[in-house]
Design a protein around this ligand. Structure first.
Ligand SMILES: Nc1ncnc2c1ncn2[C@@H]1O[C@H](COP(=O)(O)OP(=O)(O)O)[C@@H](O)[C@H]1O
Ligand SMILES: [Mg+2]
Length: 257
C-alpha cells in the first residue's frame, strides 16, 4: 500500500516517475528512544530538483536530514539514492555516493585559512577552487583569512563551499540563513540559486525563512506531527499566505514572540 502512496507522492512532487528520483524517502519512521519524531514521511527529489522542507521549530526537519545521512536509525521505511537502497549504509558511504550534508552548526577549521579549509575538503570532480570562488566571490577576497576571522555569513558560505568541494549530486542544507543579515541572505540565496539552476546540483533546503526558501526551490513539503502535512509547488505556496501561516506561522508568530 505504501508503494502506491509513495509513487503518487513522487509523481506529485517531481512530475516524473520514481525511477527518475535522485533522493527518495519511502515511509520513514524515526524516533529518539520512545519519542517518534517522523512517522511516515515520503518524498522524492529528482536530479536537478529542489525541495524546501518547512515546518515549525521541533517538528523534525533536522531529524529528516540526519536520517538521510544515516545518523538516525530508521524504525520503518527506506531511503533511496541514485536508484539504490542506502538505508543501511553508514554516513561516510552516503557522502561518498554524493550526498552533501551541511549541518546547522557552521563547522569550519578556525585556525586554517579560507583556502586551506577548501583544499582539505577537495575531491576530484566538477568543483575546484576557481569554480568555488566564481560562485562565492567573497570567499576569494577572504582566501587568506583564518576561519575564526570570518563573519557568520562568510562562515556559512565557507561551510557550503567546503561541502561543494566534495562534488555532491545533492546538497542538504539545514537552516543556512539562520541569524544572517538580510544583505548576506541575499548573497547566499543568489549562490544557492546558481548552484541549483546553473550547476544542476539538487537541493533539500530546511528553512525557517519560508518565503526565501520558497523563492529558490521548485517543490515544498511542510512537516507537522511527524507527517508531510502539505505538499505544493513552491511558487504556489508562496502565493498562499493563509496556508503558509497555518503551518509555518510566517512573521506574525515570530514578531509576536
Ligand atoms: N538527540 C535527541 N534526543 C532526543 N530528542 C531529540 C534529539 N534531537 C532532537 N530531538 C527532539 O526531536 C524533535 C525534532 O527535533 P528536530 O529534528 O531538531 O526539529 P527541527 O529541526 O524541526 O526544529 C524535537 O522534539 C526535539 O526536541
Ligand atoms: Mg532543526
Amino acid at each position: 500500500m505504501w508503494c502506491a502512496a509513495t509513487l503518487a507522492s513522487a509523481k506529485f512532487i517531481s512530475g516524473m516517475s520514481m525511477v527518475d528520483s535522485l533522493l527518495e524517502f519511502r515511509d520513514i519512521r524515526a524516533a529518539y528512544g520512545e519519542a517518534v519524531v517522523l512517522d511516515g514521511i515520503s518524498f522524492a527529489v529528482p536530479a536537478n530538483g529542489s525541495l524546501a522542507v518547512l515546518g515549525r521549530n521541533g517538528v523534525g526537519k533536522t531529524t529528516l536530514l540526519l536520517a538521510a545521512m544515516g545518523f538516525v536509525t530508521l524504525m520503518r521505511g527506506s531511503i533511496w539514492f541514485k536508484g539504490k537502497d542506502i538505508s543501511h549504509l553508514p554516513p561516510h558511504r552516503r557522502a561518498q555516493l554524493g550526498i552533501g550534508w551541511v549541518p546547522q552548526e557552521r563547522d569550519i577549521f578556525p585556525s586554517l585559512t579560507v583556502e586551506e579549509n577548501l583544499t582539505v575538503a577537495a575531491r576530484s570532480g566538477r568543483w575546484d577552487i576557481d569554480g568555488i570562488y566564481r560562485l562565492f566571490p567573497r570567499l576569494k577576497e577572504r582566501r587568506g583569512n583564518m576561519g575564526n576571522q570570518l563573519s557568520g555569513g562568510e562562515q556559512q558560505m565557507l561551510t557550503i563551499a567546503r561541502t561543494l568541494m566534495t562534488n555532491p549530486a545533492i546538497l542538504l542544507l539545514d537552516e543556512p540563513l539562520e541569524g544572517l543579515a538580510p544583505i548576506i541572505v541575499e548573497e547566499l540565496t543568489g549562490a544557492i540559486r546558481r548552484m541549483t539552476e546553473q550547476e544542476g546540483i539538487a537541493l533539500v533546503l530546511v528553512e525557517q525563512h519560508a518565503e526565501v526558501a520558497l523563492g529558490i526551490t521548485e517543490d515544498a513539503i511542510v512537516i507537522e506531527r511527524g507527517i508531510v502535512a502539505h505538499r505544493a509547488r513552491s511558487r504556489d505556496l508562496l502565493r498562499d499566505p493563509a496556508t503558509l501561516d497555518r503551518y509555518v506561522g510566517l512573521q506574525l508568530e515570530t514578531s509576536a514572540q
